[in-house]
Design a protein around this ligand. Structure first.
Ligand SMILES: [Ca+2]
Length: 503
């Protein structure tokens, strides 16, 4: 696949950016007190070996069933094709061909990679119990469909990352079925954690399972036969040219398995990206022997508290964000996969009680801070989800919220145009609990960008401690001249975000 020329330029200048970022983060470490919890955590290394192509990306996460139904002939039984009032527990019919049909849209958004929800047999169920890791679920399409999506995405400079659930399977998994049939004479008995025979589908089950659910038996990843089977599957699906794997619920997997998984995946191609979905304790996962990047809940918690619920004051938000940065390797900001909401739960806009302004501020922050922003399908169109119903999206532009989609398009285009928004070293400028203003600076190659957020419901003024430079504000397009006293910004609209680039 053709590499983005800017990425290559970045890798040659990585040391400069890295030094600036290290300096900024060292300052943060010195200036923050360390909570007790963090003392027990492993400190992040300075650097880990993440592929260069993954630096500075914006990722679009797709729930394959809900994204676009491109082929009605493979719709599973019980499909509910309604986009509005869709039943949460029924499939929508989305498939790989549907993704192929919308690559033009993904390209127009200027995202760099797509991350697809698990597509193996059994993964139509949103708990992703797998019954065969070696086959694509027929509801999603065929192996050829996956190959075509990968090829077409690559033609359009979009990387493809696949999700995989290695923690548990479904009871239809061939090895589990064999255990049900042959009981303790099954050659697959060691693939699970069976405490008692006979094994039946019952609750509580006589085997270890996900959250005590008998339909989701845990896989024994310590078994060499299980490892061989899973690694063979990963090798098979990596062959069409996918660019990486995101491992779901990675902190439920033993560390020695994760280390072996990394070794295996990197032996196929060191340029494959490996991401772990974890809850917390991210630094332990980023020591260079497990993941290149992690998607945790820290970012979501902080932006929800600050932008959606107003439960964090600017100074508390600042502390939460800086604490989070401390857990990541200072030289690899892309290691932090930043999501605003959980795709299986309430969407950010619904958490904001449909306040577009709050959602736009959170998106602004997500797209202008160190890390890899992960946009869940439809978020950029103003898709709301008040519950866990994973709503399908409409492809009628008249159903999209123009203010929201223009905001995302604008910011994603600015990220492409200005490397400082992807690689800039972050430092706080102002966290004013009285006015509600939070401002931060990004620095890259002796240039500065300044982001100012008014998280209040009134117009406010702010003076930012900056040298007397000339600035272009990119959201409204005005020119500003700083003075010896700093950059004075008057009458900042309620719940708005400003982006100043040094002229
Ligand atoms: Ca379909």
């Amino acid at each position: 696949m053709r590499r983005n020329p800017e990425m290559i330029a970045h890798s040659t200048n990585k040391h400069v950016a890295a030094t600036a970022l290290l300096a900024a983060l060292s300052f943060l470490v010195v200036s923050c007190s360390t909570p007790k919890l963090e003392e027990r955590q492993v400190p992040p290394p300075d650097s880990i070996a993440a592929p260069g192509w993954a630096q500075g990306m914006a990722v679009y996460a797709i729930d394959v069933d809900r994204f676009n139904n491109g082929n009605r002939f493979n719709d599973p039984p019980g499909t509910d094709r309604r986009r509005k009032n869709h039943s949460a527990d029924r499939p929508f019919g989305g498939d790989l061909f549907g993704i192929r049909q919308r690559i033009w849209y993904l390209r127009s958004l200027k995202i760099n990679a797509v991350c697809l929800s698990p597509v193996f047999t059994g993964n139509l169920d949103p708990d992703y119990p797998t019954s065969d890791y070696l086959k694509i679920d027929p509801a999603f399409g065929t192996e050829k469909d996956l190959e075509t999506v990968v090829a077409k995405c690559h033609e359009n400079d979009i990387r493809v990352i696949l999700d995989i659930n290695l923690v548990y399977t479904g009871t239809e998994f061939f090895a589990f079925r064999d255990v049900l049939q042959r009981q303790d004479s099954s050659q697959y008995r060691s693939w699970f954690f069976i405490s008692d025979f006979p094994v039946r589908r019952q609750d509580p089950p006589p085997y270890r399972s996900w959250r005590g659910r008998g339909d989701l038996p845990l896989l024994n990843t310590a078994s060499p036969a299980v490892r061989k089977y899973l690694f063979d599957a990963i090798r098979k699906w990596t062959a069409p040219g996918i660019d990486g794997w995101r491992v779901l619920n990675a902190d439920a997997l033993p560390a020695d398995f994760l280390k072996a998984l990394r070794e295996f995946i990197k032996s196929i191609d060191p340029d494959l990206l490996l991401i772990g979905e974890v809850r917390d304790n991210v630094a332990a996962r980023l020591q260079g022997d497990e993941f290149d990047a992690v998607q945790d809940e820290g970012f979501r918690r902080a932006v929800t508290g600050f932008f959606a619920r107003d439960s964090l004051a600017p100074s508390q938000f600042d502390a939460a964000i800086r604490n989070r940065f401390k857990q990541f390797p200072s030289l690899v900001p892309a290691a932090a996969w930043n999501t605003a909401s959980n795709p299986h739960g309430k969407r950010f806009l619904s958490i904001c009680e449909d306040s577009i302004k709050r959602a736009l501020q959170a998106a602004f922050f997500q797209l202008t801070t160190p890390g890899t922003p992960v946009i869940h399908y439809g978020e950029e169109m103003g898709l709301a989800a008040p519950g866990d119903n994973r709503p399908p999206i409409s492809w009628e532009p008249s159903d999209w919220n123009n203010t929201v989609i223009n905001h995302y398009r604008n910011l994603l285009a600015l990220r492409r145009e200005y490397p400082i928004l992807r690689f800039g070293a972050f430092s706080k400028l102002l966290a004013d609990d009285v006015s509600g203003v939070y401002a931060y600076e990004l620095r890259y190659k002796n240039r500065r960008a300044v982001c100012v957020l008014n998280r209040s419901d009134v117009h406010v003024d702010a003076t930012l401690p900056l040298p007397a430079l000339r600035w272009r504000e990119k959201m409204f397009g005005n020119l500003y001249q700083g003075t010896k006293q700093g950059l004075r910004v008057r009458y900042i609209p309620p719940r708005s975000s400003l982006l100043f680039l040094q002229e």
